[in-house]
Each structure stands twice: as C-alpha cells, then as structure tokens.
Ligand binder design. Structure first.
Ligand SMILES: [Zn+2]
Length: 405
C-alpha cells in the first residue's frame, strides 16, 4: 500500500503496540491538525496561535491496529482547562447511566473498590459508587472538582494515575475514552495486571471504535487519539498484556467500542451482557484492513465535499451553522471551514459560550442565539446526537435542514 501524501522524513520503525508481531506500515498522512481539540480559548488571538501536531497514521497488517506515528507526548499536556466532558449531552448521560446499571449488576462490586483511570469530572464514578455501593478512586489531570473523599464513596486525584505501590487494591478498573490517548497502552494494561497480583479483578475499557472512525469521514481522527482500536486489535492487546477478554462489542450507535476483561476471576454469572457482543477474529481484522485501505482517499474526498457544500450554502444565503464544538466539531472546522465561512458554531455546554476554538478561531455561541437568525442549514458531525439536536431546534422555532457530516 502506498501512503497518501508526503510522508516527510524517515519512517520511524514502530513495532505494533497491540499484537507486538509486526512493524507498523504508514497509510495516511493528514498533515498538521489541532493538538488541543478539547480546549476553548478566551480570545481569538490565543485560539489562532494554538499548537498544531502531525497526524501520520500507520497500521499493523497482522492485527489491524492503527496509530499516529508522529504523536509527540511533549506537545500535549492535559490540565484542568480542558473540557472534553460529554455529560452535557442528554444522550450521553442516558447512555452512561445505563452503563452504570450494567456494571453494578454484572460484577461483584458491593463493598469493593473501583479504579477509574481518566475519570473526567467524576460523574460516572460517583454514580457507579452510589448504585453499586462500592468505593472508588478516580484519576484525571483534567479533573477540576474537589479532591479527596466525596459523599458518594469516590475519591478523586487530580493528575495521571501513577499505578505505583500506593494504588489501592481494586476489584474493577474502568477507563472510558482514555486508553486511546496513551502513548503506551500496552504497558498500561501490563501494569494493571501486575497490580492485580493474585486477586480476582475485572476491567471495563471503552474507546472510540476504529471500525467506525476509519470507515467514515474520520472527524474523530484527532491528535489526542494516539491509537485506533477495533474489536480484534483490542482483543490482541488485552490478551498479550495477560488479561482474559470476557466480552467486546459496539455501543452508542456503533461509535464506541467496549471490552470487558478479567484476571484470576471466573466469568461473571450475574447481570446481563451488553448488547452487540462479538468474538472478533481474522474476519474482523480483514474488514478493518479494508477500511484502512480506503481511508486516505475517503478522508480527502469528505474534506473537499464539505468545503464545497459550505460554499454552496453560504452562496444560497442559508446562514449554515455547526452544532457541536467538541473534538469532532473542531476537527471538522479545521478541515472543512478554515476560513470561517459558517454563520455560527453553537454548543450546549455553557462553559464554551463566548470562547474560541483552536486553530480556526471560531467563536462558540449558545444554541438559543439561532432563534430568529434565519439559519436554514445545521451541520452536525455526530449522528448519535441527531434526535436531541432536532428536538432542540424545533423548540427554538428554527426550521433548518440537519446535515450529518
Ligand atoms: Zn498488530
């Protein structure tokens, strides 16, 4: 396979992080993209000056794992100014609450301890501690709330999980939308396996599904995501790190991938399995390899298609807007609207209102500002939020066509 675009410089040799059996092969050079897609700036000047980083995707022919070969952990520093919180969306809130019920029913957690690595603002862990009657320790460099014990039974640590000798013994480790950010996800799993020692332990990991991200336009191919896992490569990495895979599947309209793992523990007999359970094998790997083969071309075509779509909507006087200033939105704006031709960018998170998005400098507004604005086209980058955005538009009295990018 020929890598698309210029590969610029010598190719570093990088052994597959997931299976460890093959060197990674470059397949798509997306050039420079925003590093901080979860940060919003107080001024347009700061936003325009925010850093870029290179996205140079490579894959493993053996297991279908994908990684950014150009990732540089030194340029991406996580702190409390970042807001990657998805809990402002009702759809994500409902999904998360269902997941808490599932985990509390499936694993023996009563009186036990859950580690949540990459806990965000702690909503999920608090709820899990409450519903499962267990303790929890949450770690996140982006956690901005009070540290120390919380009435829910959760304790929060602001900073990356050190996973050292002070880490409490745990019955379940959860990590949602953090594993793909790690420079070395294999060592992370090995370390957790070591910490479990002879104790029975379970794990729940959730990542964006690479089968979705690489088979679509790729708006979720963002700098903070170092790794892209589908079911097969996720299975390979957890098993190579000494864990047993209990179940894997896709959730949230197929955009998320989960894996449940265990060590020294029997498969859980209580509760129910999550929907979409799969047993990924070489067939899944081959499907993933087919998505990878078409990705660079599809990504470039989608970028061009949306640039010309925005041109057409602006020319027709539609006052097109983007709804959703999360990481997908930031990536979409960088690729499809670098010259800020859209009439507005809106988001339901009030912390973003009046602030500016990285690199392109779009200002984020309250969706309520769309009422009476004459907008006839609303672009969204995340189909999972389609229904809630559609309902919100109707409530605002905005008669606009929803365009899913
Ligand atoms: Zn591999």
């Amino acid at each position: 396979m020929t890598p698309a675009g210029s590969s610029g410089g010598r190719q570093p040799v990088h052994r597959c992080t997931a299976c460890g059996r093959h060197d990674l092969v470059p397949f798509a050079d997306l050039g420079e993209i925003p590093v901080y897609c979860g940060v919003h700036w107080a001024s347009r000047e700061e936003a325009l000056a925010s850093p870029l980083g290179r996205m140079w995707l490579a894959y493993c022919p053996e297991c279908g794992y994908v990684r950014n070969l150009a990732f540089d952990p030194a340029v991406l520093v996580y702190d409390t100014t970042m807001d990657t919180n998805l809990h402002h969306s009702p759809a994500f809130g409902v999904f998360s609450a269902e997941l808490v019920k599932h985990l509390a029913g499936r694993f023996p957690l009563r009186g036990g301890t859950v580690l949540d690595v990459g806990c965000g603002q702690g909503e999920f862990l608090r709820e899990l501690c409450h519903v499962a009657a267990c303790r929890g320790v949450g770690y996140d460099a982006m956690y901005a709330g009070p540290t120390g014990p919380d009435p829910s039974g959760a304790t929060f640590v602001r900073g990356h999980a050190r996973l050292d000798a002070d880490t409490p013994p745990f019955d379940l480790v959860t990590s949602r939308h953090w594993f793909e950010h790690l420079d070395d996800p294999y060592s992370f799993l090995v370390r957790l396996r070591e910490l479990a020692g002879d104790r029975p332990a379970y794990g729940y990991l959730e990542v964006p599904d690479a089968g979705y991200d690489l088979a679509t336009a790729g708006w979720e191919v963002i700098y903070p995501h170092v790794s892209y896992f589908d079911g097969y490569s996720l299975r390979r990495i957890v098993e190579r790190a000494g864990w047993r895979m209990l179940a894997t599947g896709r959730l949230f309209a197929g955009m998320f991938r989960y894996v449940e793992i265990s060590v020294n523990a029997p498969p859980p007999v209580n509760g129910t399995e999550l929907p979409g359970g799969e047993s990924p094998g070489p067939v899944d790997r081959d499907r993933q390899l087919a998505s990878i083969a078409g990705f660079a071309e599809r990504h470039a075509a989608e970028r061009e298609r949306w640039r010309s779509t925005i041109d057409r909507l602006v020319a027709a006087g539609d006052r097109p807007v983007l709804w959703g200033a999360g990481s997908r939105g930031v990536q979409f704006l960088h690729l499809a609207d670098p010259d800020r031709r859209l009439a507005a960018v809106v988001d339901v998170n009030p912390r973003k209102w009046g602030r500016y998005l990285p690199v392109t400098g779009h200002e984020v507004s309250d969706p309520a500002t769309l009422a009476g604005s004459g907008t006839r086209s609303v672009i969204i980058t995340n189909p999972a939020y389609r229904d809630e955005i559609d309902a919100a538009l109707r409530q605002l009295g905005v008669r606009a066509e929803l365009l899913v990018a």
